[in-house]
Design a protein around this ligand. Sequence first.
Ligand code: AMP
Ligand code: MG
Length: 500
Amino acid sequence: MIELPPYLPPMPALDDLNWTNSFARLPEAFYQRVRPIPLPDPYVVAFNPDAAALIGLDPDAGSAPGFLSGINGSRDIPGTHHLAAIYAGHQFGTWVPQLGDGRAILLGEVTNDRGERWELQLKGAGPTRFSRMGDGRAVLRSTIREYLASEAMHGLGIPTTRALTIIGSDFPVYRERTETAALLVRMAPTHVRFGSFELFAARRQHDEQRQLAEYVIANHFPHLLALPETTRFGAWYAEVVDRTARLMAQWTAVGFAHGVMNTDNMSITGLTLDYGPYGWLDAYDPGYICNHSDHTGRYAFDQQPMIGLWNCARLGEALHPLVSEDAAVAALARYRTTFEQAIGDALRAKLGLTTIEPADAALVTTLLELMQQDGADYTRTFRALSRFDPEHVASRDAFTAELRDHLAADAWLGHYTARLAREGSDPSTRHARMLRTNPKYVLRNWLAQDAIVNAETRNYDRITELWQVLRAPNDEHPAYEHFAARPPAWAAAIEVSCSS
Ligand code: AMP
Ligand code: MG
């Protein structure tokens, strides 16, 4: 008798998911109900099976009938409620009383079989009440940058929104030049930002603000529900500050610059949110400004920890009186220690150290100064160091080759070797540990640009290749060795700005 394989039910399509929208049950003051304006003749540019798995969606759902029409808004998916959230924020330090989802529409949320809830948001689905002068659209270029960056960030183990799919269209959109429109489906447990609370504070809508805080705590900080109300909000704020400090350390450790750390781009759950003119360091330059529109360097790479604190302070002010001034000040006072501890741990891990010595900070600083002076590539230098073995000349040469001043590099390796010896570091276990810590691949600007240029001629292979490599950035991908190369000369001319 032929043995039949066990019956497997078909994987769920878009309409089969467990759709709800808890945000839509909040009062109308929190959002505008709005319909997406479907993009004409849409097609799938990218579909991410990893994000699909998070919501229990068929990994082939992107090519299923009804997918494009459901995402595009030309038909309703049962259980979904389209809405655009309202918020405010500090943009480049300036208070802006009215912002909101100007080109993003929340589709709904899906609960997976682990009980996790994921919001699905359509970025570029048409104008809303909050669009101001904008057209509510996103261009293909910016959706590719966000799609790849959020998946790269996740691959690096850093909290982030995720990207499910990019839908393209030949519909023209005008930025500095005529480009084509696209729609990104972004996923996050919540898209609530610091600015969501700032809005209600500025309008003195204390009841609404409290309701939003209760919503966020109940859904995303449920462990705080056990606390009495008198301390719950303060504890919640302290946790937001703590998560922000840790996120800044994680960005710093992988050489990530966000580029637009306005308070409306700061996630209340500590995720990396809103990928615009971001950049990963190539040559180590602490003053790196990735955003071409950031003329003063407010959001330079090395300013981010301080800006994270500044943003937390704005949130603390906004949460008054829900969070007392004393509680806010106490939480902010811990930011520096949390950040320094986290970045200290991260940098020691990048050097493969397992113990702590007072001189470790100086060891790290000397290396970073050397890298800066020599224009050494941040990612490549730490990756080369991950294979350093004092007994093997080739491993020493591979490291010093990343730096121009070989004598200084050798001298530093001497101190490093002595430090390793003091903790009895075993080379092979250290190498394994460091290779897991120091990625080989990051989304360098030139890689994203290459994917964009290809996509503009309808070739999406580069997106898939980069996705595949960046989701596992610490692994070797022999076919894609060139993605770990220093940037080519033409990369110097790439300019990324807020335009997206
Ligand atoms: P962002 O720079 O993407 O964080 O956006 C800042 C604000 O401008 C937010 O309120 C956005 O919703 C809005 N916005 C950005 N681009 C557009 C656009 N093309 N159409 C409408 N609103 C936009
Ligand atoms: Mg934004």
